[in-house]
Every structure is written in C-alpha cells, then in structure tokens.
Design a protein around this ligand. Structure first.
Ligand SMILES: C[S@@+](CC[C@H](N)C(=O)[O-])C[C@H]1O[C@@H](n2cnc3c(N)ncnc32)[C@H](O)[C@@H]1O
Length: 389
C-alpha cells in the first residue's frame, strides 16, 4: 500500500490516510512517499512499517546507527535535527489541544541539545545471558538487540558497555542479571548490579558525583537522574527561575535535583519522594550543600497530599512525576491545596496534557510552556509548564 506521511504524532509515528483508514507508520519522515506493510489493526487505525521509500522527504537523513530499525531506542534518527525539534513542538501542541482541550495553545520555544549525539549519561542495558546479548530491547519486543556501540551514550558509558561486553564474552557476568544500569558522573561510572572493573577508562565507582550549576549531587545507578546533563542548568532555571517566597512544595523529588535550588530560594521546602534510597540521598545532598531548610518526606505523593503535612498554603509547587503522570488523587490534592504557582516538569506530553486539563478545570490558568530536547534522536521530549491559581 502506498501512503504519504502528513506529520509526526505523539508517540513518534508518522500519520497517513489511505483506503479510508488512519495509518501510523514507524520511522517515517513528514513528506515521505512510502510503500508500507500493515502490521496490526486496532479499530480504525492501522499500524504499519516501511517496505520501500518511494520518494524520501527532504527532511529525511541517513540514520548513522547500524542498529536503527531493529533497536527500540532511537526512533527519530531518520529526521534531520531541525525536523526533530519541529516534530516535538507539534507533538506537545497536539496533546495540549486534543487532550488538555486548550483552544489556543500559545507559541513556545524548544531548547535544542548542544550535543545531538553522545549526550546520554544514564542507561539501562538489557542482558540475555543464554543468547549472550547485551543492549536494548528491540522495538515492541522483549528480545535483546545486541549493541556493541551506541551513538547517544557519553564516551564513559560507551567504555562501560564495552567493558561489560568483554566480561560477557569471558563468562564473568552473573547469569542471574537481567539488565545493568549505569550512570556517568564527574568522577567515574556507577554500575548496578555491581561488576568488576577491568577497564581503566571506565573508572568504576559505587556512587557518582555530578555538578549541575553550583550544586553537587551524589547518587548511584539505581537512582533516577536526568540522562542529559548538558541541558540541566537551563531546565532548572526554566522550572524555578527567580521564584522565591516562604514555602515551596516539591512532589516526586528524587535525589533532589530541584530541591537544592528551591531551598536556596524559599525559606522552607518540603519535598516528597517514595523511594527510600532516593529520599536518603536527597537528604545527604542537602546536608553536603549546607542546606537545613528543606525536609524530605519519604512517602507516596498521593498519601502525603491527603495528610495533615500538606495543609499549609504554599507559594510554589513543583511536580516532576514519572512518565505515567500524576494520579487523579494527586491532581485533586493539588487543586485543594491551591498553591499560588505551579511548575509541572514532564517527560510525556500526553500525560502532562491529561493532568493539565484537570488542573485548568480546578481553577489554574496556563502561564507558559517551554520544551527541552533532552533526548535527541528519539521522539521523547521534556516540557516545563507554569500555571497560576
Ligand atoms: C521523573 S523522576 C523525577 C525526580 C527528580 N525530580 C529529578 O529530576 O531527578 C520521578 C520520581 O518520582 C518518584 N515517584 C514515583 N512515584 C511516586 C509516588 N507515587 N510518590 C512519591 N514519589 C514517587 C520516583 O522514585 C522518582 O524519583
């Protein structure tokens, strides 16, 4: 079947219409004329893959990665960088319009990545001990795509991947491990589960240190941390800016990426994180920075909002939930709390839009939107939204 790609949709698939059907085509570029094969049909939507590029879009580039199309990792390598950025703006606008039901979505900026390759400082590599494969899941599959070289990893993580591969070949990796997580810091690389280091370049450490702006964070590969350190000072600035006041609340605070800068600007900060280890690490990061005006509540955000701790008025509330967004009871709790200002940091425009719709219905108005290309070569994008009550 022949189709022409109209635009890129949330989720990164190309939209086309043919035979009275909506088609979603993987790894396509806007303007491509393609012969496609339908892989599956869901209602009136057919999901398809490219059989032949009949006429390439002017925006199309040759993907440099040898695993492109098989590895489930980078689904935007076929787009030149300007088109990647434009597609991400369209994805966010589409979600804000269709899901959040915002009639007139304001124009907004996307901040491009200084490094479009070799930016990824945190990774999870899947390991199949039986098949001796180490890499990423193949797209829409649990099969491990064996990856010897990954173009988005920072050089220290590429060296770590090579080190793990050498140990895999030597039968030195535990057969019980299903994956390895790694994070590169300023002083080395932390790998979990722990492995021996046979490569001097890797500089393996248990806990890494990362300086972002003036603040130092320590953490291990088991903790969440943003993968692209290059853009973090600007992301923090866009989220917090020159906000200041008495009391700030931070939900889903991790090891304290936003907690430290908030504690420098507000008299008192309460941050909520349900991972015990991350909460402990955030306390340590605050103590190392000499900040004593922030408290880390180790509990579920929904539970905390329903407790007495949440009852006081807040000048500023920042939330940075996982990809699934915030639970309904969390949004209901925020609406009840009525903070003067909200900053929502999101890595999924669809769940962000779902939650924004409820916040706007709850009386908040959208003040600003800005996007950050934290994940070049993929359809993923980070969005920072400000609302006021
Ligand atoms: C996207 S990360 C953001 C962390 C931090 N803001 C950062 O940028 O490094 C989300 C964090 O929320 C935590 N989390 C997930 N669900 C939670 C819940 N229901 N209650 C509290 N924390 C939660 C995770 O452990 C993780 O640290």
């Amino acid at each position: 079947m022949e189709v022409t790609i109209e635009r890129i949709l949330p989720g990164g698939l190309g939209l086309a219409h043919a035979d009275g059907r909506t088609m979603m085509v993987a790894l396509a570029a806007p303007g491509d004329r393609l012969r496609v094969r339908i892989d599956r049909v869901k209602g009136s939507v057919a999901f398809a893959s490219i059989e032949e590029i009949l006429e390439p879009s002017p925006e199309r580039v040759q993907p440099p990665c040898p695993y492109f199309g098989r590895c489930g990792g980078c689904d935007f390598q076929q787009l030149n960088y300007q088109t990647q950025l434009a597609a991400k703006i369209e994805i966010i606008k589409d979600c804000l319009h269709r899901i959040a039901r915002i009639d007139k979505v304001p124009d907004f900026e996307i901040i491009g990545a200084p490094n479009q390759w070799h930016y990824r400082a945190r990774a999870q590599w899947q390991y199949d001990a039986e098949q001796k494969r180490l890499g990423y899941f193949e797209s829409a599959s649990r099969r491990v795509c064996d990856v010897a070289e990954c173009g988005v990893l920072v050089p220290e993580l590429q060296a770590t991947l090579e080190n793990l591969r050498a140990q895999m070949v030597d039968e030195a990796l535990s057969h019980d491990a299903r994956y390895f997580r790694a994070i590169a810091g300023d002083d080395g690389v932390s790998v979990m589960p722990s492995v021996r280091s046979t490569n001097a370049r890797q500089g393996k450490v248990d806990e890494i240190r990362r300086l972002i702006g003036d603040d130092a964070y320590t953490l291990t590969a088991e903790h969440f941390f943003q993968t692209n350190a290059d853009l973090l000072p600007r992301l923090i600035d866009a989220a917090i800016g020159d906000a200041s006041g008495e009391r700030a609340i931070e939900l889903y605070s991790g090891v304290g990426l936003f907690t430290l800068p908030l504690a420098r600007r507000f008299s008192y900060v309460i941050a909520v994180e349900d991972d015990r280890d991350a909460a402990k690490q955030a306390r340590k990061n605050l103590a190392n920075a000499g900040l004593t005006n922030a408290e880390i509540a180790h509990t579920d955000v929904g539970d905390w909002l329903g407790s007495t701790g949440a009852l006081q008025q807040a000048d500023f509330l920042l939330l940075d939930p996982p990809r699934a967004g915030a639970e309904s009871r969390v949004i209901a709790g925020i609406v009840q709390l009525k903070p003067k200002q909200i900053c929502y940091v999101s890595c999924d425009p669809a769940t962000l839009a779902r939650d924004l719709r409820k916040l706007i219905a709850g009386g908040f108005s959208l003040d600003s939107v800005v996007a950050f290309d934290m994940f070049p070569q993929t359809h993923h994008v980070e969005t920072v939204v400000h609302l006021s009550g």
